[in-house]
Structure formats: structure tokens, C-alpha cells
Design a protein around this ligand. Structure first.
Ligand code: TXA
Ligand code: MG
Length: 322
């Protein structure tokens, strides 16, 4: 059991930035919004603080963490950038892209962040609030999504409170996250760029910037993406994907202008069929339907291109047997 901690809440602003930085420098856990989801931050150079992330989330230690920086120049002090990394950083940072790169010799980021690998995942988030916190800390900040391990990622401060109140020192409330799904994770460790996790930046756009397609990691290379457990993002209610009809005791997660009739309750991810809007609403909608008094959640088919790839990836994991 973890001792109950009094969790502070602060609205976005100068006071929150200063308090977040002060706490992070002391080894505390601070949740803050990024454009994708809320992150659970800790000083990445402090072994004890990083260990507390795993404890607060109930996260397996073999699942490595992303380090966050205020700009690409700061990230380059910790990992080796090749020409492909330069190009992607130039094109997509700040933004919803995470690059897995070789650690530099003498890299002071805790080895716990790398979970025993000799690589490190790095990212520069876009929101001015996140950047201001990272700049004020002056150290890399490790931040997984601010949910209990295996559960739906938080896209609002209220979601973070549901997951982690009493386990972390501060929650900074910056409103809902505009992208709504986690960053796209690309490994540049080998000759071929690997898509480790589809996310907030479409794989098609990354491949175009690189001038070559992204490959998927081989199924037999589990270490390539240790965090991609089959069951993840799991609501309490069972999920039924690609539904063509709905039972009366089911809730419906619909998409597009013609929702299936007959559901006990319906939330439409995007009536106009816009995948960006759908991604932004995905996790909050899953949480809302999961609270309803229904047997299961039926999900209408969602196109598998652009952000649809990330949406379908999260839905498949949410539906996977546990
Ligand atoms: O949008 C995001 O990426 C959010 C916000 C807070 O930045 N963070 C996030 O972190 O989603 P997390 O811990 O929930 O997911 C990190 C993913 C996992 O799938 C993990 O396995 C992978 O990145 N990862 C981290 N470091 C890695 C490494 N060195 N090699 C391979 N995969 C890595
Ligand atoms: Mg996560």
C-alpha cells in the first residue's frame, strides 16, 4: 500500500508553473497536460522520483518512459540524433511525436526510464504551459500517461484525479487535451524506421517526411516496444468492435452521420466523420460510456487511416481479453 498523499490542484498559470517546477526538482510527482494526454511527470535524472512513477501507476518496470524537453536542443544533450531524427524533429516538434534514439555516453537520465535498454524515448510537447514547466525545471521530465497502468489515458484534470488522487503531489489543470491520443512513437535505432505506436501524428505524414515507409516491429522482437501490451486502455465494460447492430442493453460509441439505431445510450465521436475530432473525444467518451448502466459497449467501424490508426489501436487494446 502507498501512503495517502495530499494532492494539490492548481489551474494553469504562473503560480502553477512555479509550483510544478519546485515540486519536480524536489523529486515529487506532478501531473500536467500535454497536447496528447495528461502526463505524470518526475525528474528523469532522479532514480527515486522515477521509481515513484512506476509505483503510483502500478506500471511494470520493463515498460520504459518518455523523457520530455522544452526544445530539440535540450533533447540532443541526452540522445544521438541522426539525419532522420533531425528531419522529423524539424518537421513535427513541438508536437505529438516521440523518437526512440541511442542514449549518449554519460546521459544522466535514470536507467529506469530506459527499462534496461540502451535507448531513450524523447519528445518536445507543444502547449506553452508544458514547455514553461519543462523550462523552469531545467531537467528532463519523465512522463507516462497519468493513469493507473492498463487503464484509459486521461485527457482532463478530472480524469487524472480519478486515477491518481492521493498518490501524487500536484495536478495542474490546463483543460482538455486537444489531440486526445498519445504521441506516435518511432524508433530510429536501426536502418529502417519502426512505428512502435500509432498516435497523434499520422504515420503517413511521418513516412512522407522521411521519404520512406515505416515498418512495424517484428512480432518476435518483444523488446522493440515493451509498452505495447495487448490488453491496455481497458474500461470495465467489455467492448465489441466493428459493430453492425446494437443490442438494447449496450451503449454505442458511434462515428459518422448515421449512427446505428437501438442503443441504450450513444456517444458520437464525430458526426461529420472527422478523425481528428474523434481522437480528441475518444478517451473521455470511453470513460463516460463505462459509467453507464449497460452490459457492454458496441463500437462502430472507424476508418483505419490517419488518426484512425491510433484510434483503432487503442480500441483493439481496450477490447483485448484480460
Ligand atoms: O503522448 C504521450 O506520449 C504521453 C504524454 C504524456 O507525453 N506519454 C505516454 O507515455 O503516452 P506512456 O508511458 O504511456 O507510453 C510510452 C510508450 C510506451 O509504449 C513505451 O513502451 C514506449 O513509449 N517507449 C518508451 N521508451 C521506449 C524505448 N526506449 N524503446 C521503445 N519504446 C519505448
Ligand atoms: Mg500510457
Amino acid at each position: 500500500m502507498i501512503n495517502e498523499i495530499a494532492t494539490e490542484f492548481l489551474p494553469a498559470g504562473q503560480a502553477a508553473i512555479a509550483r510544478a517546477a519546485e515540486l519536480l526538482r524536489q523529486g515529487a510527482l506532478v501531473a500536467f497536460p500535454t497536447e496528447t494526454v495528461y502526463g505524470l511527470g518526475a525528474d528523469a535524472t532522479d532514480d527515486k522520483a522515477v521509481a515513484r512513477i512506476f509505483e503510483a501507476k502500478g506500471r511494470p518496470r520493463f515498460n520504459p518512459l518518455i523523457c520530455h524537453y522544452p526544445d530539440a536542443a535540450s533533447a540532443k544533450e541526452y540522445v544521438h540524433f541522426d539525419a532522420r531524427a533531425e528531419r522529423l524533429a524539424e518537421r513535427f516538434w513541438p508536437g505529438a511525436l516521440t523518437l526512440v534514439l541511442p542514449r549518449r555516453d554519460g546521459c544522466s537520465v535514470s536507467l529506469l526510464c530506459s527499462a534496461g535498454l540502451d535507448s531513450l524515448a524523447v519528445r518536445v510537447p507543444a502547449p506553452p504551459l508544458a514547455c514553461a514547466i519543462l523550462e523552469a525545471v531545467g531537467r528532463p521530465v519523465a512522463a507516462p500517461s497519468a493513469n493507473r497502468s492498463g487503464r484509459v489515458s486521461p485527457t482532463s484534470a478530472a480524469h487524472v484525479a480519478e486515477e491518481l488522487k492521493g498518490r501524487i503531489e500536484l495536478i495542474v489543470d490546463g483543460g482538455p487535451c486537444p489531440v486526445g491520443v498519445e504521441s506516435t512513437v518511432v524508433s530510429l535505432l536501426g536502418d529502417t524506421p519502426l512505428l512502435l505506436r500509432p498516435g497523434g501524428i499520422a504515420a503517413e505524414a511521418i513516412a512522407e517526411a522521411l521519404g520512406e515507409p515505416l515498418r512495424l516491429p517484428e512480432a518476435e522482437a518483444p523488446l522493440a516496444s515493451p509498452g505495447m501490451l495487448a490488453s491496455h486502455y481497458a474500461p470495465e465494460r467489455p467492448l465489441r468492435l466493428s459493430a453492425q447492430s446494437v443490442e438494447t442493453d449496450e451503449a454505442l460509441l458511434s462515428f459518422g452521420p448515421q449512427p446505428l439505431p437501438g442503443a441504450a445510450l450513444e456517444i458520437n465521436l464525430s458526426e461529420s466523420g472527422d478523425l481528428q475530432e474523434a481522437a480528441a473525444r475518444l478517451f473521455a467518451s470511453l470513460r463516460a460510456l463505462d459509467r453507464a448502466n449497460v452490459r457492454a459497449i458496441a463500437v462502430m467501424p472507424i476508418p483505419d487511416h490517419g488518426l484512425g490508426q491510433a484510434i483503432n489501436d487503442r480500441l483493439r487494446r481496450a477490447a483485448a481479453p484480460r
